[in-house]
Design a binder for this molecule. Sequence first.
Ligand SMILES: [Zn+2]
Length: 460
Amino acid sequence: MTENTILIEKGWIITVDDAKTVHREGYVFISGDSIEAVGAGAPPDDLRQRAGTTIDATRMTVMPGMINAHNHLFQSFLRGLCIDKPLLEWVAGVIWPLAPHFKGEEAYWAAMIGLIENLYSGSTATIDNQYIHPDHAIDDGIYRAARDTGMRLNLAYGWGDIKYFPPLHQPTEEVIDESTRLYETYHGKENGRLRFENGAVIPWGCTEEGMLRVFELARKWGVGSHLHIAETKEEVDINIRDRGTRHIEWLDKLGILGPDVQLVHSVWVDDHELELMAQSKSVVVHCPLSNMTMGTAPARVTEMHRMGIDVALASDGSASNNAQDMFEEMRGALMLARTTSLDAMALMPADVLWMACRGGAKAFGQPELLGALAPGRKADVVLVDMWRPESVPLHDPVPALVFQRGGRMVDTVIVDGRILVRDKQLTFIDEQEVLREAQKACASLFKRAGLTYEPLPLKM
Ligand SMILES: [Zn+2]
């Protein structure tokens, strides 16, 4: 069998390794699905001779693929809708009218455009908190899109059993049955690119009994758990009214906190809850642009960072963000932290890059395998074209990536040793076909749901 090898040379290498090493000019050597070597200067002759494919990264930065750590891929069909409501009214106004009508095929095309948008902006993995299950084929459709695009996907099976939208409620038995089916069918498949975890949607939508049973199952399987936490003050008030505790306190009481738990948003948390998050080594997933879009208040990321709490970054679903671009999230996280703490050094570009890569790897459940260019890590590599008006003259690539809209400049994306984007184009997916099919699928969904949709003229 021929060895699948890729040599990337002459690039500015930003490793995001433990020492945050940067090579002014260097190389990355990929063998199969993993990184074999990273170094400064020219590659050794033996690597050059073994290289099946050589990529000249002159005028480019080479960085790890980022992990978009909280998503709702079905929402790619809901961009730009209902953008004038507070969160709970927004959920009721845009998500609930459509969610019960989704079919598996529509979820597939929504996920395809969402995943492609992520790839084009330098993400190589995403955690999809998939909480609509009127048709069980929706989950299969999302996994199929991940398989077809080549991206890494951790599907966090979202569920609620009280107070949430009744058509989306699921009894615990059904959650366990479906979770078991998906875990057995997909977890670890596609060379480990597909994963499964628990995704209890929101504290006020889940009973204690359901939480304990599903979390216990996740821990038995050795997979993580992922849930929205304290996104708005109103949601915290609901918990205090009904349970007498704030969100994080409630999870602590249930014994659920831990390094395998991803606390998405965590905006309205008090000092005691920050302590609980730090002690338990839980991971926070910060969605700055979504929070700003919904006007939900800034998360206390500067304090989290200083307390050593692991923070990952994410776009959240396209309905509450309208875009999927982790470079924007890095910039947004940095600017929001500086603004809210009135401190121009609250977060530095290297901090938010770390969150996007290493924080994301931890959230994804693979802290040793993803998020860095280092021998033994998975070959998820992004090349960013710096020969552009946004970035020339280039003084320092890390702030350039964060401040200068790197998402527009992504040239090449490699996932698991496969080149998925080259010269800013998908290598093996017909993008035009995806756009056409996504538009058709969205039109039929909206028609079935009785909602207005006026598609752009289709070029067939
Ligand atoms: Zn969300």
